[in-house]
Ligand binder design. Structure first.
Ligand code: PLP
Length: 384
């Protein structure tokens, strides 16, 4: 790589992990740094910058560099041991008494944490339909609201929030905007360039892409006091991603553009074909013109509309569960973003109180042959 690698596209830089080579062997893949401690110099300094394994690790830092580049994050990126560890660090950087506005339709485990643990922490959280910017504006408590948290497209209805609009509302009230961009990934959306202050991903999903690492990441627009607090929290709580997982994540990330592109093309194809299917009442996918968030999605997403879609089965909940039971190629499992396609009856896992319709099946599109994916689903729907 030339001395200024930033002249290359994000795709090129990601494929080569920013062009780093091992300075000792000239290997094109960096070694995995497993040491938990580092030698102090004779003059008592730590000239390498590394002291101990809980605040920092060179392998983790390598993947963070690629993620910061992908998100145009001036403050850099921080890897955590899970998506939840990353998300909750943002809320823990707030003070007791602070008010938070969050998307009503969002990742279930985080919504649950906000309703229980965040409340015990002293935060007050209001959930609103953030796809409606007027509703978001009305939910802001002047002087008290310190954070707006949106997920877009959001689980499992793929509701779209206008990131630039939400940023304007948050900033006018002196609050920050954080975006859970897991299902968009930097391949489709870069929230920081639309005005968000922090972007979060469950790197467990499409960033790693192979269903074999649990990881989370935060990327920050500005290295301000709040970001410093998040860094302190990761260090203090010991939530850093380990070097082996960071290596696997880096290996997965190299093919992000190829995987995410193929997955989005297949998801669009499936959404169109399932829209015309006699056993499907409704397809939820932001790429379809009839999706309520389509216009905003078309503005703020690029390279397609992501790998996630949901369908509502015409014959209701029991038929939806039977369909999930009868597929053979689709894997019946939770999670999303891997190279293998997954199907899930979402209401069953979310349990009582879920806003998820009972007849809904969530589909995470992988990289298999789309004809096989459609054929398998079609056969299961017709026999259910
Ligand atoms: C999976 C997921 C999370 C949580 O990530 P974990 O790595 O499972 O902790 C958060 N948000 C979204 C949108 C997710 O899909």
């Amino acid at each position: 790589m030339p001395s200024s690698p930033l002249q290359w596209s994000k795709r090129s830089l990601t494929a080569q992990a920013m062009g780093h080579v091992d300075p000792v062997t000239k290997g094109v893949v960096m070694p995995i740094h497993v040491s938990t401690t580092y030698i102090r110099d004779e003059d008592n300094a730590y000239s390498s910058g590394f002291i101990y394994g809980r605040p920092d690790n060179a392998t983790t830092r390598e993947a963070e560099g690629v993620l910061a580049m992908l998100e145009d994050a001036d403050a850099g990126a921080l890897l955590f041991s899970s998506g939840m560890a990353a998300a909750t660090a943002v809320f823990q950087a707030l003070n007791p008494g602070d008010h938070v506005v969050a998307s009503k339709v969002m990742y279930w485990a985080l919504r649950h944490w906000l309703m229980s643990e965040a409340t015990r922490w002293g935060l007050s959280v209001d959930f609103v339909e953030t796809d409606d910017l007027d509703a978001l504006r009305r939910a802001i408590l002047p002087g008290r609201t310190k954070l707006v948290w949106v997920e877009t497209p959001s689980n499992p209805l793929w509701t779209i929030t206008d990131i630039a609009g939400a940023a304007e509302i948050a900033h006018a009230a002196g609050a920050r905007l954080a975006v859970d961009s897991t299902t968009a990934s930097p391949f489709h959306t870069r929230p920081l360039s639309l005005g968000a202050d922090i972007v979060m991903h469950a790197a467990t999903k499409v960033l790693n892409g192979h269903s074999d690492v649990v990881a989370g990441v935060l990327a920050g627009a500005k290295a301000d006091e709040f970001w410093g607090q998040v860094v302190t929290i990761r260090k203090g709580q010991g939530a850093i991603l380990g070097p082996f997982e960071a290596y696997l994540l880096m290996r997965g990330l190299r093919t992000l553009h190829l995987r995410a592109g193929a997955q989005a093309r297949s998801a669009m194809d499936l959404a169109e074909r399932l829209s015309a299917h006699p056993k499907i009442a409704r397809v939820l996918y932001p790429g379809l013109p009839q999706h309520p968030g389509h216009d905003v999605a078309a503005r703020q997403m690029e390279n397609g509309f992501g790998y996630m879609l949901s369908v509502q089965v015409s014959d209701g909940e029991a038929a939806a569960i039977r369909t999930a039971a009868r597929v053979r190629l689709w894997k019946r499992a939770t999670s999303l973003g891997g190279v293998e396609s997954l199907i899930e009856h979402r209401a069953s896992i979310e349990g009582p109180g879920t806003p998820c319709p009972p007849d809904l099946l969530r589909l995470s599109t992988g990289i298999e042959d789309v004809e096989d994916l459609f054929g398998d689903l079609d056969a299961a729907l017709r026999s259910a």
